[in-house]
Design a protein around this ligand. Sequence first.
Ligand code: ZN
Length: 101
Amino acid sequence: MKHDPKQIALDRIQILVKEAQSNILQNPELAQRQAGLAKKISTKYKVILPYEIRMQFCKKCKSFIPPGTSRIRMGRSTLKSIRITCMFCNHTYRKVIARPK
Ligand SMILES: [Zn+2]
């Protein structure tokens, strides 16, 4: 059996992020630690975080802001997008969910 260290790292990252998501409301400190660890693993093993995990980190302060903790607003432009506001540093960034054809 072949054990790809990158695959193992990715599995661990996904488990950690899942754990962090379920802990974020009851135990935010633990959740931040778990999310931070997931990031550290991705750096160490040079694995790129899947997009859905990457977008849960604030681009500015690198805090873990899963849906439910960050403020999400629909954009008003024709470009379908949502605005995500980090609750730690108040940094707002836009995520495009669909491009007009
Ligand atoms: Zn932030």
